[in-house]
Design a protein around this ligand. Structure first.
Ligand code: 6CS
Ligand code: FE
Length: 299
């Protein structure tokens, strides 16, 4: 059990009375050059430059089948609907996401500690790592809603109390990500500036934000400037492909009105040197199944 450090200075102010842009103060890749691991040096420098790195096949088709079956089992379990870890689609009321799958599923726990997964996280974060958040996103066809533009770190700093940008996410496709079924979009290079958003965090924000985020949304002007400067990259790939992205990359995804689900498993690794403290812009932390409050390193 790692005890959370005392509250540190707020390097990335957000959710005040006006929008404020802060240049990134933290490294993107924390490990020393040449640190051994699954990423090649050229891949790490691509990640540093763009804020993401896509892998065509992280998991084999056989492995995907195992994780897809486990996703279907969890989503199909009637007991899961009453579990606070489940978030339903606002319109269809079908399950949209299930959080903390690395704890409630032995199958997903194995994925977290797979060297191809945790080894890459340690290489980027330059330390032991723990899981800040994990979730499966079903994104079923025929109308699943997307996620509006945001920086994950903005939420994880404001509401979960992560002090520095020493956190990395991996989205692993469990169904084919076409260019039509609501794939992940990232603005390349956007991770180098932090957009502090205007507007206080509403009480119990997470009860709405995980269906439709409203606090922590950049202005149209800032999003336009960022898109003009960086462009927008849409990630497509077969089931088993994966996108690693920096916690501060500006990203989002559209609705899925096709018949084809865009399901993924999403794992957030945080450095044990960046353990959550008190939220920087919320009265209380979110529940621990959304933002971990226990920091045991992944072994
Ligand atoms: O609030 C969060 O932690 C979650 N929300 C989004 C839209 N992306 C990151 C994370 O899963
Ligand atoms: Fe996100």
């Amino acid at each position: 059990m790692t005890i959370a450090p005392e509250r540190t200075a707020d390097l990335y102010p957000t959710r005040g009375t006006s929008e404020v842009i802060t240049p990134r103060k933290d490294p993107v890749v924390w490990s020393q050059p040449g640190t051994a691991g699954p990423f090649r040096p050229s891949e790490l420098s691509d990640f540093e430059r763009d804020g993401f790195f896509a892998i065509g096949e992280l998991l084999t088709a056989e492995e995907v089948a195992v994780y897809r079956t486990e996703l279907d089992r969890l989503v199909g379990d009637p007991a899961m609907r009453a579990n606070p870890r489940s978030i339903v689609e606002p319109k269809s009321q079908s399950i949209r996401s299930v959080f903390e799958v690395h704890k409630i599923s032995e199958v997903f726990a194995r994925l977290v500690s797979d060297p191809r997964v945790v080894g890459r996280a340690r290489q980027i974060l330059g330390s032991d790592v723990y899981v800040h958040q994990s979730r499966i996103n079903v994104k079923p066809g025929f109308g699943a809603s997307g996620f509006y533009w945001h920086s994950d770190f903005e939420t994880w700093h404001a509401e979960d109390g992560l002090p520095n940008m020493r956190t990395v996410s991996v989205s692993i496709a469990l169904t084919e990500n076409f260019d039509t079924n609501g794939g992940l979009m990232i603005m390349p290079g956007s991770h180098r500036h932090f957009v502090g958003c205007e507007g206080e965090t509403p009480k119990d924000n997470y009860k709405r934000s995980l269906q439709m985020q409203d606090a922590g949304i950049p202005s149209d002007q800032v999003l336009t400037d960022m898109a003009d400067e960086h462009g927008i990259r849409l990630f497509t790939g077969r089931a088993g492909s994966a996108t690693w992205f920096d916690c501060n990359a500006m990203h989002g995804s559209g609705d899925n009105i096709t018949p084809y689900p865009r399901s993924n498993v999403f794992i957030v690794f945080n450095s044990v040197e960046n353990a959550a403290v008190d939220p920087f812009a919320a009265p209380v932390p979110r529940p621990d199944y959304i933002g971990a409050r226990e920091f045991t390193p992944v072994r």
